[in-house]
Design a protein around this ligand. Structure first.
Ligand code: BDP
Length: 685
């Protein structure tokens, strides 16, 4: 979506006071006279403590003196205690990282207007041990599913030149509690592990370290062959094992606190142990063994689906459940939140809670591949909380959050990953509003209990304005934005009816012909026919429901008890089926798409009223986006309703507005994302 950023900056250079968005939510004014900060005796002045002290000196305006202390009796696991006694605020932790988090917490409280009263104690410990961003950045500077410019990692310049942006990135992450970063794409190039690249990685790791962030890499499973020149990458081959052991030793020499590997194996054409007749266990445990002596982790992804599988949504569970309990302690299975692929709304993956002898971590997508990219405002905290609080019915009713916070062994690490939405654009995320998702991801890893409303408030106040006339209406916009997008894109459990390849607009008809995999076509998912709509995952269909624990399996498998937001995910539903509100499926689809359109228009209208509270530059950039989002909602509505009407044969309800587009025109339309010019945008439906 680089073209949008380009276009919008050309069209809307504002005359009002400019803000480029680069300061994110860290828009504190620097003190003229430094605040009084004391590092207590016995506390070592590490680079991390220095950062904490400097941030407070520069930005703390509370009047109190600040006392920083690291001591063994302080809170463990990155936790901290903030205590105000008289005119002193004591900040303590068992680690310097904890003190740094205390500093950012105190500054956040100041910025959002929460005061620390006399005698008040704030004690926090993060929920997940590892709170990690996954960058899908390639060594050539492109970003897979990135909509905010090119990669922030400037591999060509490194290690000689270290961009100041790396430190700004580390600081932003630390301010929301993020403590890990996978620097490169899960579709990993073998060359990423070359000695040359590793020296560049080390230069980045050096910048991230004082901010409490550990560096990780995605690895290509065939590296011993593709990079090391061996004849195989078979995980049981002694030479292969030695190659990995040597490579890992080389990495730890350069990056002593290296975090470990993220692996996408035997998925979407990537190599893996199955190429040699070995299993995920063989592959993951081999890497785990070479990393273990150094304290490294393996995050092994469960995102697998073969072209031959009758139901893509079932495969991860089928492949991984039999392996439960066989993985080493330092392996974590990284599972996307839903069983398919970051769709606008998916039920949770049935692996959560079910794998009880293996550590499992959720993977969320912060970058909005399937949710309007860097144009639509979709605040994802609501979605992530919906997933984390979903009941798995496993082990007496654990939620997804609880299941992933459970330690399978005393040594296990708990973790949550988010696919980053960061690029080298001035404001980091392309859309200024999308910064909210980076913010909320970090905060939710730290504390999944904090409400989405609270996160929206914190973000809006710090990033834009604390004026309640701004925060009030915009909080509502953010909180409603995810459901709105589901309404105008894929209500009732519809999924993957995107345009092929770029995933921005609707193409429920997409079919390029030729030998394309069926599970890469929308019709595989929506199954529209003269009878109805939706994927039958009941006993009569793929029986995907059986992967859920009872009584959930029965509940989902029965049309009458299946939550309506997942109706078409689990059932092929007749067009005339009468839903709980007494209307047919077809009428409900029509009304819901229209509701989505109304909501998107409402967001644009609310934003228009926000001009007095927002600087000109960001106001204009966001206005163009909200306006486009409202138009895109119409595009989605018309494309889906006109296309599905061919199957339902039913008219739009009389009180539904007439479509603004013709199906023929929409079907002819091709959005060429790679070759975009500003003029093309005018031609968007
Ligand atoms: C899909 C993306 C693809 C990623 C893949 C993954 O379209 O670009 O490589 O997920 O997660 O959502 O591996």
């Amino acid at each position: 979506m680089r073209f949008f950023v380009f276009l919008i900056s050309v069209l809307f250079v504002s005359s009002l006071r400019a803000e480029d968005g680069s300061r994110l939510w860290l828009r504190m004014e620097q003190n003229v006279k430094a605040a009084e900060v004391r590092v207590e005796r016995g506390t070592k002045r590490t680079p991390t403590i220095d950062i904490a002290a400097r941030e407070l000196e520069n930005y703390w305006k509370g009047g109190c003196r600040l006392s920083l202390r690291v001591s063994p009796d302080g809170a463990a696991r990155d936790g901290f205690t903030l205590r105000r006694s008289g005119d002193v605020v004591e900040m303590s932790s068992a680690s310097d990282r904890g003190v740094l988090y205390a500093a950012y917490t105190l500054l956040r409280m100041q910025q959002v207007g929460d005061s620390l009263r006399e005698g008040q104690v704030v004690a926090e410990t993060p929920a997940y041990d590892l709170r990690i961003l996954n960058h899908w950045d390639n060594p050539n500077g492109t970003v897979e599913r990135g909509y905010a410019g090119r990669s922030i990692w400037k591999w060509d310049e490194l290690p000689a030149k270290v961009s100041p942006r790396y430190e700004a990135y580390a600081r932003a992450n630390a301010s929301v509690g993020i403590n890990g970063a996978v620097l490169n794409n899960v579709n990993a190039k073998p060359g990423m592990l070359s000695s040359d690249m590793l020296r560049k990685v080390a230069a980045i790791a050096d910048v991230l370290r004082p901010y409490g962030i550990r560096t990780f890499l995605s690895v290509n499973f065939a590296s011993p062959k593709a990079l090391g020149g061996l004849s195989t990458a078979d995980p049981l081959d002694a030479d292969v094992q030695k190659w990995w052991a040597d490579k890992v030793a080389e990495i730890y020499k350069l990056v002593p606190d290296f975090g470990g590997f993220l692996v996408k194996a035997n998925s979407e054409g990537e190599p893996g142990p199955q190429d040699y007749g070995r299993s995920h266990v063989d592959g993951a445990n081999m890497l785990a063994d070479v990393l273990a002596p150094h304290g490294g982790l393996v995050m092994w992804r469960a995102f697998v689906y073969q072209a031959s599988s009758p139901d893509r949504a079932c495969q991860a569970y089928e492949e991984f459940m039999p392996l439960d309990g066989q993985f080493k302690d330092n392996v974590i299975i990284q599972v996307k939140n839903g069983p398919v692929d970051f769709q606008p709304r998916e039920p949770f993956s049935p692996l959560f809670g079910a794998m009880r002898h293996t550590q499992v971590m959720p993977e969320f997508q912060v970058t909005q591949e399937y949710l309007g990219q860097s144009i639509h405002t979709v605040f994802l905290a609501t979605m992530w909380k919906d997933v984390l609080s979903a009941e798995t019915y496993q082990d007496g009713g654990l939620t997804v959050g609880e299941a992933t916070l459970r330690r399978t062994t005393p040594k296990s690490v708990t973790a949550m990953a988010g696919v980053s939405n960061i690029g080298d654009s001035e404001n980091w995320t392309g859309s200024d509003m999308a910064q909210a998702n980076w913010y909320a991801f970090g905060r939710l890893c730290w504390d999944p209990e904090v409400s989405a409303a609270r996160l929206a408030d914190e973000f809006l106040k710090q990033t834009f304005s604390a004026d309640e006339r701004f925060v009030g209406p915009m909080r509502q916009v953010l909180l409603r934005s995810w459901e709105a997008a589901v309404h105008y894109m894929m209500p009732y459990g519809l999924h993957h009816i995107f345009a092929g390849n770029h995933h921005y607009g609707p193409e429920p008809w997409y079919h390029p012909g030729g030998n394309i995999r069926l599970d890469w076509l929308p019709e595989y998912y929506h199954r529209a026919d003269s009878v109805g709509l939706g994927f039958d995952r009941t006993k009569k269909g793929s029986n995907g429901v059986a992967q859920y624990h009872e009584p959930l399996a029965t509940l989902l498998g029965d049309l009458r008890t299946c939550p309506e937001e997942y109706l078409l995910w689990f059932h092929h539903v007749p067009w005339t089926y009468v839903m709980r509100n007494g209307l047919t499926l077809w009428d409900n689809l029509c009304y819901t798409y229209n509701r989505g359109v109304d909501e998107a228009r409402h967001f644009a209208a609310v934003w228009n009223e926000m001009r007095p509270y927002v600087d000109g530059e960001r106001f204009a950039r966001q206005k163009a986006r909200f306006d486009r989002q409202a138009k895109d909602a119409v595009w989605w509505r018309d494309a889906c309703l006109l296309y599905f009407r061919q199957f339902s044969g039913m008219p739009l309800p009389a009180d539904c507005p007439a479509p603004q587009h013709r199906l023929d025109d929409l079907m002819k339309y091709r959005l060429n994302i790679d070759n975009y010019t500003a003029a093309d945008m005018e031609k968007l439906p």
